[in-house]
Design a protein around this ligand. Structure first.
Ligand SMILES: Cc1cc2nc3c(=O)[nH]c(=O)nc-3n(C[C@H](O)[C@H](O)[C@H](O)COP(=O)(O)OP(=O)(O)OC[C@H]3O[C@@H](n4cnc5c(N)ncnc54)[C@H](O)[C@@H]3O)c2cc1C
Length: 388
């Protein structure tokens, strides 16, 4: 039986363990930390959408959302609840010049088989989303987009993987690779060496650093991102969708009786870190950012007790074309990667992890892999992608 070692126990590594075990591989996952999912996965806004503007991402997100919708059945975990809330994703503009762009995007998404995206005009917005500013001119909306608990999803994947024989080791940092000629044949950990036929790098923002241990460069660079969580507040409409300012990128969604807010501001790449310090000014900026489209945020901000504000930071594992790396690492036989998901790792987990397994079994051919780690767009930069 082919033995696969997975380095990294975030949602991508753990879901990969499941799909690989399900495909008949013997799997051992090694996690640096004392718990699974404690790094980027824990910092995530945990949102998912199929509203993308390219066919590959639309297809992957459709597949992933369908998987999450049937999570308990697919993993044979009766009654298992991942907290999926399909309250939709709403991209709103106040710019006249953007209205026709949104209309064209919806037409394109329909042509790609995403028939349930709606284009909403100003009147629709007033009727359906009265919390929006009067300046809101138009929007796109898809009800089946939403959010979930990444933690519960990760634990569900682990439970299903364990049942299939996968093993998980915590506090097991990989410090280096075992080699036989060019080939990677295992990993070195503080507790000793472990052999494997295939080793998968799933270390999120650490992917490039991990690959360097094997003497190879991977184009994955970490970028700090923030999340602000606000506890219970009566003025926050708990029924609202993820509401995104299409013109600035500021966005928020309900989180129980409160909300989670984020804004992918331009930031330089920084080295990967297990402890990312947040910018203490972020709460002021993001509250001002969401106020533009949601005037109620001014009242929320002025009545918000400090004890109800929770600021977190993590890192996106970005790539030059904003798409992940899934497949064999060029030039190092035996070494594979599943990472570089930027701000889309939770939503793309099922499709990405299944793709890894189907490439490893040979069910999917390497020339049918849009996320191949040696694709040309990684050196040229790809099309413009929405980074939210
Ligand atoms: C603020 C923020 C908001 C986000 N919002 C969303 C969102 O709404 N929707 C969405 O889909 N995505 C979102 N993302 C992105 C998403 O969180 C990531 O894409 C996803 O969690 C990546 O998972 P991962 O398993 O690749 O990485 P991680 O969760 O970072 O896991 C990597 C693991 O590797 C381990 N590791 C590192 N080095 C080693 C080593 N040498 N040996 C062993 N283990 C090692 C780490 O300890 C870690 O547990 C957001 C990210 C951030 C920061």
């Amino acid at each position: 039986m082919t033995r696969v070692l997975i380095i990294g126990g975030g949602i991508i590594g753990v879901a990969s363990a499941y799909f690989l075990a399900d495909a008949g591989f013997q799997v051992l996952l090694l996690e640096h930390g004392s718990s699974l999912g404690g790094l980027s996965t824990a910092a995530s806004l945990q949102a998912l959408r199929a509203q993308f503007n390219d066919p590959v991402n639309i297809a992957c997100m459709k597949e992933s959302i369908a998987f999450y919708e049937q999570f308990a059945e697919r993993l044979d975990l009766p009654g298992y609840d991942i907290g999926l809330r399909q309250q939709g994703y709403l991209f709103v503009t106040t710019e006249q010049s953007e209205v026709s762009k949104l209309e064209r995007r919806v037409a394109y998404q329909h042509a790609q088989g995403l028939a349930d995206v709606e284009f909403l005009d100003q009147l629709d917005l007033r009727n359906r989303f009265p919390y929006l500013a009067r300046e809101a001119l138009a929007a796109t909306f898809r009800q089946r987009d939403g959010w979930l608990s990444a933690h519960e999803a990760l634990l569900g994947f682990r439970q299903a993987a364990r049942r299939l024989g996968a093993e998980f080791r915590l506090q097991a940092p990989v410090l280096g690779f075992l080699r036989s000629g060019d080939r990677v044949t295992g990993v070195a950990t503080p507790a000793g060496n472990l052999e494997g036929d295939v080793v998968v790098i799933a270390t999120g923002p650490f992917a490039a650093v991990t690959a360097q241990l094997a003497g190879v460069e991977l184009p994955v660079f970490p970028v700090r991102r923030h999340r602000l969580v606000i506890g219970e507040h009566a003025l926050i409409p708990s029924w609202a969708p993820m509401t995104i300012d299409h013109d600035t990128g500021a966005h928020w969604r309900p989180e129980g009786p409160g909300a989670a807010l984020a804004w992918a501001e331009p930031e330089a790449s920084t080295p990967p870190s297990f402890d990312v310090s947040p910018d203490p000014h972020f709460p002021y900026r993001v509250l001002e950012g969401v106020f533009r489209l949601g005037p109620f945020w001014a009242d929320v901000a002025s009545t918000l007790p400090r004890s109800q504000v929770f600021l977190h930071a993590g890192q996106y594992a970005e790539t030059p074309d904003h798409n992940p790396l899934v497949g064999p690492v060029p030039g190092v036989p035996g070494l594979w990667v599943n990472g570089g998901y930027g701000g889309h790792g939770v939503m793309m987990t099922p499709a990405g992890a299944r793709m890894l397994a189907s490439l490893l079994t040979g069910e999917r051919q390497s020339d049918d892999n849009p996320f191949a780690p040696d694709r040309p767009s990684l050196s040229t930069g790809g099309h413009e992608q929405m980074v939210i």
